[in-house]
Ligand binder design. Sequence first.
Ligand SMILES: [Zn+2]
Length: 275
Amino acid sequence: MPELPEMEAWRRQLDDPVSAFPIAKAGPAHIATLKTFDPPLRALEGRQFRGVERKGKRLLFPTADGELVLLVHLMTSGRLKSLRAGEKGPKTPAFALEFAGGSKLILTENARRKRAGVWLLTPEQAQAELEHLGPEALGLDPTQLGEIVRGESRRLHSLLRDQRVIAGIGRAWANEILHAAKLSPYALSADLSDEDVGRLATAMNDELARGLALREAGTGDERTYRVHRKLGQPCYVCGTPIAQVDFEEHTIFYCPDCQTGGRILKDRRLSRLLR
Ligand SMILES: [Zn+2]
């Protein structure tokens, strides 16, 4: 799933093309992708976007007249693309906007189950839709992070991924951040020392900034991630093979030497716990 670095790189890339011209044609949209019907999609036609904003993993396209906001959540396999006039795109995108002059914004989803979503909202509805999100992960300082981790005692991997607590981090960047902070994914947030919290805040900002710089340069997953999906490959700090463990519905990657004092973490899959 694209997370904060990926979404922010897209936001910067799309900001100019989507605000250059008014919208000539809104749609078509796959029935599972478009989540709202009032206001109707065609209400966008003739209006122009002010640019692209981002909140956590969601992109927002507010109209310049301040009346409407298009909200996009790509989930796991949704992808956005801007097409120049005349440029060939997929035959049946999940969602499409055509601008005056012929350029397009399209959303594709290469998955059997359509999970990506597009909402056309008023600014008030958009605000309500985003109200549950915690503060942005990029830019959190140690004091704010300290308040968050001491707010409830949760396993760190799960806490970092909870969008209500901190917005923008998913499983991939949780793996990268916890490794850089030398913290166990299973550590309980309330047990962190001030020094741990400081390291976690630094790791969060450094790793997300590193990811954003790489994604803006067009770097793929293989070279962007150093821990995520690197099972058996040497840790970039100490050379120990990266390990994996199933936790809830996720697979976590970690370095047993850097993060858990040499301990191998036990499987905590939900299916196993329920058995
Ligand atoms: Zn290591």
